[in-house]
Design a binder for this molecule. Structure first.
Ligand code: FMN
Length: 192
């Protein structure tokens, strides 16, 4: 069972969440699982053989990042940081339709202001659904205490627990016994 976590992160908070999600997945999958975290800029089109795709990114201006918001974030980061050319939105726009039986889930990070609307994860999940992915978890948000972080207390643990840990389809229920086997033996008493 192979799982891939594709993540976008400017200040590093979403990346830390992605690593905890991967840890949770690895734990849930056991020895047969292979879990990889890829930065969205390096992810390319790696979906051959992936059974579960998890995507995560920061919420910018109520949605997935855009070039303009990444530029703004890079300015806030300072130190000559350059905005990434490819964010989750751009990567998802290039993603082909879901191969058969590939499952998916999406998460984001946002500042800890309860009434602030908008979620990158909701947009990413919509896109994945349109591509035919079977979503195995609700889009989830993890909170940062300010634009550059840090993550709010408990969010790393919550990320580990959120990981949609069983990408294998559930085994089919056992077949019901044959009808004939369930029928009472014919006693012949109603014969004319
Ligand atoms: C340009 C910009 C716009 C943002 N807009 C929102 C927003 O609409 N809602 C929100 O909750 N947080 C917003 N934030 C805060 C980000 O969600 C926060 O920086 C992000 O979760 C940190 O993740 P990262 O460390 O992986 O980059 C914004 C941040 C930036 C830089």
């Amino acid at each position: 069972m192979r799982a891939l976590v594709v993540v976008e992160s400017v200040f590093g908070n979403t990346r830390r969440i992605a690593e905890e999600v991967a840890r949770g997945l690895a734990h849930g999958l056991g020895e047969s699982g292979q879990v990889r975290v890829a930065d969205v800029g390096d992810a390319g089109d790696p979906l051959g053989g992936v059974d579960l795709l998890v995507v995560g990114g920061p919420t910018h201006a109520f949605a997935m990042t855009r070039m303009s918001t990444r530029r703004n974030a890079a300015e806030q980061a300072g130190g000559g940081a350059q905005p990434a050319e490819t964010g989750l939105r751009e990567w998802l726009a290039t993603l082909a339709e879901a191969p058969m039986d590939v499952r998916a889930a999406a998460f984001d990070t946002r500042v800890d202001r309860p009434r602030l609307p908008g979620s990158a994860a909701a947009g990413a999940a919509r896109r994945l659904r349109r591509l035919g992915y079977d979503l195995v978890a609700r889009p989830e948000t993890f909170r940062v205490s300010g634009t550059q972080g840090p993550l709010c207390e408990g969010e790393l643990g919550r990320a580990r627990a959120w990981a949609p840990a069983s990408p294998a389809p559930p085994p089919p229920p056992p077949a019901p016994p044959e009808r004939a086997e369930r029928r009472r033996p014919d006693r012949g008493s109603n014969d004319p």
